[in-house]
Design a protein around this ligand. Structure first.
Ligand code: NAD
Length: 303
C-alpha cells in the first residue's frame, strides 16, 4: 500500500503548527518540512520528532524543494506575515517573490500532487502559483475563508448555544478585508439563519465583522495566528487523503471573474472537484463583485 506524504514549505509558526496538527490527525506516513532557514527547520523537525511515537505517522523529516515535489500534498506556508495593523494585501510584493522561487524549485512536480496555499494574500498567490506550476488548476487550492468561516461559526455558537456542526454558514470572497458572509444560504439545523430566534440582520452583520476583525486582534495580542489555520489545513489534508467530498469554502479559480477567491467547493482526492452553485442575494452579489475587484487590485501590485 502506498504511504501518504505531506510536504510543508515554510517551517515558521504556521508551517510547524500545521505539521503538528497533521501529526495529531494521524493522516500521513511522512511529514516533510522545508525552509530557507535550515537551522530553524532542523530545530522544528527535532522537536516534532519527539511527538511522533505517540501518533501513527512514521517520520518527520527535513527536506528540499526537489524532494517536496514528489509528495502527495504540498502545503505552502513560506513568506512574511502581517505586522500589527498591516493588511494581508500589503504582503503581496514580498510574498509573490517567495512563491515564485518556490514554484521554480518544485519543477518537475508530481502531476497528481495537491498544492495547498496558505501564504498571504492567499487568493492572489493561489492564482500566481496556478500560473507557475504545471498541474490542473483544481489541484492548487488556497485555504481561503475556511478559517474565517470557522471563526464566524464559533461566534454564532457562543451566542445561540448551538454546536458549530449544526451551524451552516460560509464566508466567501477574499480572505481579507472584503470578505462577506453568505447569509441568504445560511441555516441553523435547517432553520434559515435570519428566522432563527434572536438573530437579526444587524446582529449577524456584527458577528461577521467580529470574525473579520479576529485576525487583527490575535496579531495585536501575540504577533501571529497559527493554531486555527493549522487545524484548517490538517482538515483539508484529511478530506483530500480520504476523498471525503466535504463542502467547504476554499479559494479556487473562478473563470467568470478570472481570479481565485473563496466559494463553496467539494474537496476530495482530486482537489477541488466541483464548485457548489449558490444563489446569493443582490446585496451579497454586490459584495462578491467588490471582493473580486479588491483581489484584482492586489494582484496588480504583484509585478
Ligand atoms: P513565520 O515568519 O513564522 O514563518 C515564515 C517562514 O517562511 C520562515 O521560517 C521563513 O524562513 C520561511 N521562508 C521565507 N521564504 C522562504 C522560501 N523561499 N522558501 C522556504 N521558506 C521560506 O510566518 P508565519 O506566521 O508562519 O506565516 C507564514 C504565512 O502564512 C504568512 O504569509 C501569513 O500571513 C500566512 N498566514 C495565512 C493564514 C491563512 O488563513 N491563509 C493564516 C495565518 C498566517
Amino acid at each position: 500500500m502506498k504511504c501518504s506524504r505531506i510536504a510543508i514549505i515554510g517551517a515558521g509558526s504556521v508551517g510547524a503548527t500545521t505539521a503538528y496538527a497533521i501529526l495529531l490527525k494521524n493522516i500521513a506516513a511522512e511529514i516533510m518540512l522545508i525552509d530557507l532557514d535550515e537551522t530553524r527547520c532542523k530545530g522544528e523537525v527535532f522537536d516534532l520528532e519527539d511527538a511522533v511515537p505517540f501518533y501513527r505517522s512514521s517520520r518527520i523529516v527535513q527536506g528540499t524543494l526537489a524532494q517536496a515535489s514528489s509528495a502527495d500534498i504540498i502545503v505552502i506556508t513560506a513568506g512574511s506575515r502581517q505586522k500589527p495593523g498591516q493588511s494581508r494585501a500589503e504582503l503581496v510584493q514580498t510574498n509573490y517573490k517567495v512563491v515564485t522561487a518556490i514554484a521554480q524549485g518544485l519543477k518537475p512536480i508530481n502531476q497528481q500532487a495537491i498544492v495547498i496555499v496558505v501564504t498571504n494574500p492567499v487568493d492572489v498567490l493561489t492564482q500566481c502559483i496556478q500560473e507557475l506550476i504545471d498541474v490542473p488548476r483544481n489541484q492548487i487550492i488556497g485555504s481561503g475563508t475556511l478559517l474565517d468561516t470557522q471563526r464566524l461559526r464559533t461566534i454564532i455558537k457562543r451566542n445561540v448555544g448551538v454546536a458549530e456542526q449544526s451551524i451552516h454558514v460560509s464566508i466567501l470572497g477574499e480572505h481579507g478585508d472584503s470578505q462577506f458572509a453568505a447569509w441568504s444560504c445560511a441555516h441553523i439545523a435547517g432553520v434559515p439563519i435570519l428566522d432563527f430566534s434572536g438573530l437579526s440582520q444587524s446582529t449577524l452583520d456584527e458577528y461577521a465583522q467580529q470574525a473579520k476583525q479576529k485576525a487583527y486582534d490575535i496579531i495585536a495580542f501575540k504577533q501571529a495566528t497559527y493554531f486555527g489555520v493549522a487545524a484548517c489545513v490538517a482538515s483539508m489534508c484529511e478530506a483530500i487523503l480520504f476523498d471525503q467530498k466535504r463542502v467547504v469554502p476554499l479559494s479556487t479559480y473562478v473563470p467568470e471573474y478570472n481570479v481565485c477567491l473563496s466559494v463553496p467547493v467539494v474537496l476530495g482526492a482530486l482537489g477541488v472537484e466541483r464548485v457548489i452553485a449558490y444563489s446569493l442575494s443582490q446585496r451579497e452579489q454586490g459584495q462578491l463583485e467588490a471582493s473580486v475587484q479588491a483581489i484584482k487590485n492586489t494582484r496588480n501590485m504583484c509585478n
